[in-house]
Design a protein around this ligand. Sequence first.
Ligand SMILES: [Zn+2]
Length: 312
Amino acid sequence: MIIKRRGKQADKERLEILMRRFPRADLLVNEYAAACAGEGGEERFDFYIDRCGPKFPHLILHDVSLKSVSPFQLDSVMITPWCLYIFSVKNLKGVTEIRTNPAQSIHTKDDGSASGRRSPVEELETHAWLLEEWLMRHNLIAPIRTILVFSYPKQIPEGIPPGQIVLFSHQLPMFLAKLKAEPAVLRETEMREIADEMLRYHRPYVHAPICKDKRYPVSLMKKGVWCKDCGRLGMRRVHGYWVCSCGAKDKDAHKRAIRDWLLITGEPVTNRAAREMLGLDKVKIVNRLLREMDLERVGAYRGTGYQLKTHK
Ligand SMILES: [Zn+2]
């Protein structure tokens, strides 16, 4: 059973914000295509895992961000009665050669150019350790196993250490169908308890504020409520709805604008800043809109602001 689906990828969201809020964002087309490819790899993984439905009791959570010794992000977790499987999904074109001592991967593209990266095996081992720490801190115990998933068979992994499970996405259904149930160490209530605790402590990954990048200062940010139908800024609020000159009508368009503002500035949004961003000079209405969003309230009275919930 899938109990948490994947949110929008942070890299992709950041580029979308740049494209709607800053001039010269047309330069980002290639970067955006790469982010979409990464997301495509995860969607492919989800597609295969959705259709396999293992026969043993299991709970699946996609895209979980937790914090123990340091913050860490798991692509997918499957809780079973005998262990937690953590999956890392990679979508790298060309040859990925995994080395040890020092742990690193050498990535060679089709054009022959090579670059060093973090080893996906070492990264998974680190995630397993951070998750083990997290479980201990929450008085939970479960064995952890790791599975490295490559999205497409045209990717060529080399130098995989013995014992590390590596699959291509399309092999997931058969792998899970054939996976043999082992003696249980967790009851179903305990499996659920782990899942609930993960949901409770999950905080979506947030990039460093966009304005930290000198190319995108707040002063260049275009304000206004963005229309998802026509891509223009400047929706107006009429009788509780945001309406656009293209005819689109949207109840929640302000949420997108406020989130853009928060991800660009990295600061709590005040009523005044929100009014400017939304182009809506109504203190009470803006107050209510902010309160109704899933944000953390900071400060008091005139200094009240709202910020994204993140790992402290
Ligand atoms: Zn529109």
